[in-house]
Design a protein around this ligand. Structure first.
Ligand SMILES: NC(=O)C1=CN([C@@H]2O[C@H](COP(=O)(O)OP(=O)(O)OC[C@H]3O[C@@H](n4cnc5c(N)ncnc54)[C@H](O)[C@@H]3O)[C@@H](O)[C@H]2O)C=CC1
Ligand SMILES: CC(=O)C(=O)O
Length: 326
């Protein structure tokens, strides 16, 4: 592992709820020496950076810069894309696709000129569609462009299962895969608690029955809708999730994380970005790894891929298989 925060630079595009919370979480974790917030809203981005710098006495040493100039992202090791429209109550993530494809293309098109060697992580929704688009137009090897994917959804699932089973979230090993959105699935066949397969887990009368799976998935997939209904946006959990992903990159942790990457035949899925566990480190995201799934999980993953594939075609995104794979 590399030392954290030695000459490292993170650039966060978009200084709204998500971008500012990602910067805050990165600051508290001591992930970089310099954190740049870039946004077209000049007053907002300067205010967010000023507010974060005012907390310097309480965090590991780092400088936060706020700028409306993409050149401020020059030399970044990691670029996090959060700029763009967010869901209004009742909207799905896919409803944002058309407007956000244009924003991601214009923002990352200019940032790439200044940060050609960075790892690019897409958070803006719909995360998988935008990751697919970005893999194409950034023309970088696919592993250097990936989406935050279902890392957040997986955290939501682990939290929910941990409450029901009265165990630490850290002892729950269960993954959400597929779309970061309505067609996501839980990989029930590989879920375990403290090494015990979830289906066989029964401690102090606490267990999860297969009959509860659908309701648990609904709760996990509905989590963002509920938060957005109440406060207009989600920001804290994605901020923490992004700090974890950036730590895996900058500290070269080689961690398995369910991030969104271009599939090239894994699970019989090609030419679409969605989440399955990938090894994340300084190189970006390698994979996805192919887990032994049962027929139900495999069918669910393929159905999620089909939904995203359909969306990519509706948007007229060209097929990018073979681009930047060297
Ligand atoms: N992947 C995930 O797990 C999650 C994704 N999101 C997504 O993150 C995105 C951002 O959400 P919020 O921060 O809540 O929205 P927000 O509205 O608070 O912030 C968006 C920011 O983007 C900036 N922006 C817009 N166009 C720009 C451009 N062309 N260049 C530079 N900056 C530009 C705006 O000025 C604004 O400050 C949304 O698409 C949301 O759906 C949110 C939570 C979780
Ligand atoms: C908004 C969103 O994508 C989430 O919180 O999952």
């Amino acid at each position: 592992m590399t030392e954290p925060g030695r000459g490292t630079k993170i650039a966060v595009c978009g200084a709204g709820s998500v971008g500012s919370t990602v910067a805050y979480a990165a600051l508290l974790r001591g992930l970089a020496d310099e954190i740049v917030l870039y946004d077209i809203a000049t007053a907002l981005v300067e205010a967010q950076a000023g507010d974060l710098n005012d907390g310097a006495a309480f965090a590991p040493p780092a400088t936060v810069v706020g700028s409306d100039d993409p050149a401020a992202c020059a030399g970044a090791d990691v670029v996090v894309m959060t700029a763009g429209a967010r869901q209004k109550p009742g909207q799905t993530r896919l409803d944002l696709a058309e407007v956000n494809v244009g924003i991601v293309r214009s923002v990352l098109g200019s940032v790439r000129e200044h940060a050609p060697d960075a790892i690019y992580i897409i958070v803006t929704n719909p995360c998988d569609v935008l990751t697919y688009a970005a893999v194409g137009f950034l023309e970088l090897p696919p592993g250097r462009v990936f989406g935050s994917g279902t890392v957040l959804d997986t955290a939501r699932l682990r939290y929910l299962l941990s409450r029901r089973l009265h165990v630490s979230t850290r002892s729950v090993h269960a993954l959400v895969a597929g779309e970061h959105g309505d067609s996501e699935i839980v990989l029930w066949s590989s879920a375990n608690v403290g090494g015990v397969p979830l289906a066989a887990y029964d401690v102090e009368g606490r267990s999860i029955r297969a009959s509860e799976y659908a309701e648990i998935l609904d709760t996990v997939a509905g989590s963002a809708y509920k938060v957005i209904e109440g406060k207009g946006a989600t920001n804290y959990a994605i901020g923490l999730a992004m700090a974890d992903i950036m730590s895996a990159v900058l500290r070269d942790e080689h961690r398995f994380l369910p991030v969104s990457t271009l599939f090239t035949g894994q699970y019989g899925i090609s030419d679409v970005c969605l989440s399955a566990p990938c090894v994340v480190g300084l190189h970006g995201a390698a994979g996805p790894a192919v887990l032994p799934l049962d027929a139900t999980d495999l069918a669910g993953l393929r159905a999620s891929a089909d939904a995203l594939h359909h969306q990519n075609r509706l948007l007229g995104l060209p097929s990018f298989v073979g681009v930047g794979t060297s």
